[in-house]
Ligand binder design. Structure first.
Ligand code: C2E
Ligand code: CA
Ligand code: CA
Ligand code: CA
Length: 304
């Protein structure tokens, strides 16, 4: 009928329609960026505070790298992964994209192994990649093609997981762990935490989400946090310290290493050191930078 026709035409609001068109165009641009090599992997250093116990102030030592995708499009400019990753996930392009990133990481790991550097690289892996039937065999093929110790390749996965995918995902994680890969839970604390599942997974690490790190404050002798500029002394900042402390206790119970993400200030760094957090990552110690620059610094021994 006429009414039904009109209803169908009105299904998408103009705003929604524009967003769908924008997403479709972005997907096409991303597809051509992948084939024309307009994508790049940057590496962000991770540092460990475990070092010579006799030192009063432990010096941060380079202990790993996180691979982060960068897209500099000739027309669109720099597009943030926060924008294009969700689009790549919805269109399924993430499977190809994610495989390309893993290939880049494997090439760097092989290159480092040849030069005698043993340093793990963490790659972000989307749940959509896990759903692909080819995922495990493709990763196995990459490991065959590149010579490096498989435990140097770490997969960062998030907690948010649809229940119907759980069994399949756990099985694939187990298969990849059997190949020697290690696993890290990304953005810990903001997703749907299921401690039973965490305990069952062959994890080696938790990454505490930046939103918890940003509120860390040094506590004075009188138990009050010094307020940041423009901030009145409140209770919330004290809670952040206690939440991170609790996460560290929980991680120890699960025998997991902990990485604090998004460490931007020396105050956050100092609180983490006092709480006994052993690994840190963030702009304070090093931003994500082009692979070649990071490798040159590792080779020159200037990165720590
Ligand atoms: P993520 O995995 O949580 O990565 C950390 C993000 O925080 C990165 O943003 C990094 O550049 C940024 N960051 C690091 N240190 C600091 C800091 O001290 N302060 C602040 N404010 N930010 C910091 P980026 O590179 O824009 O990536 C955003 C997200 O996109 C990532 O979050 C990850 O979820 C996703 N992503 C990036 N590359 C890939 C990829 O190759 N595959 C997949 N599936 N996702 C990716
Ligand atoms: Ca990550
Ligand atoms: Ca993260
Ligand atoms: Ca994130």
């Amino acid at each position: 009928s006429k009414g039904a026709g009109r209803a169908r035409m009105c299904f998408f609001s103009p705003d929604m329609r524009n967003r769908i068109i924008a997403a479709t165009q972005m997907e096409q641009s991303l597809r051509s960026a992948l084939s024309r090599q307009h994508l790049e992997v940057h590496l962000q250093p991770q540092f460990s505070l475990q070092s010579d116990a006799s030192l009063e102030h432990q010096l941060p030592r380079l202990c790993g790298l996180e691979a982060l995708l960068r897209w500099n499009d000739p027309l669109l400019g720099n597009v943030s992964p926060a924008t294009f990753i969700p689009i790549a996930e919805e269109s399924g392009l993430i499977v190809e994209l994610g495989h390309w990133v893993l290939g880049q990481a494997c090439a760097v790991l092989e290159d480092m192994a040849i030069r005698g550097h043993q340093l793990p690289i963490a790659v972000n892996v989307s749940q959509v990649q896990f759903r692909s039937a080819e995922f495990v065999p493709q990763v196995a093929a990459l490991l065959k093609r590149h010579a490096f110790a498989p435990d140097m390749l770490r997969m960062e996965i998030t907690e948010s997981l649809a229940a119907e995918d759980e069994a399949d995902m756990l099985e694939k994680v187990d298969q990849l762990a059997a190949l020697g890969l290690t696993f890290s839970i990304d953005d810990f604390g903001i997703g749907y935490s299921n401690l039973a599942r965490l305990r069952r997974m062959p994890l080696s690490e938790l990454k505490i989400d930046r939103s918890f790190i940003k509120d860390l404050r040094l506590i004075d002798d009188d138990g009050l946090a010094a307020p940041a500029p423009g901030e009145t002394p409140g209770q919330e900042v004290c809670h952040a310290n206690e939440i991170v402390r609790a996460m560290l206790v929980m991680a120890r119970a699960l025998s997991l290493e902990v990485v604090a993400e998004g460490v931007e200030t020396s105050e956050q760094f100092e609180v983490l050191r006092q709480l006994g957090c052993q690994r840190v990552q963030g702009y304070l110690l090093g931003r994500p930078r082009p692979m070649k620059d990071v490798l040159d610094e590792i080779e020159a021994g200037v990165l720590g």
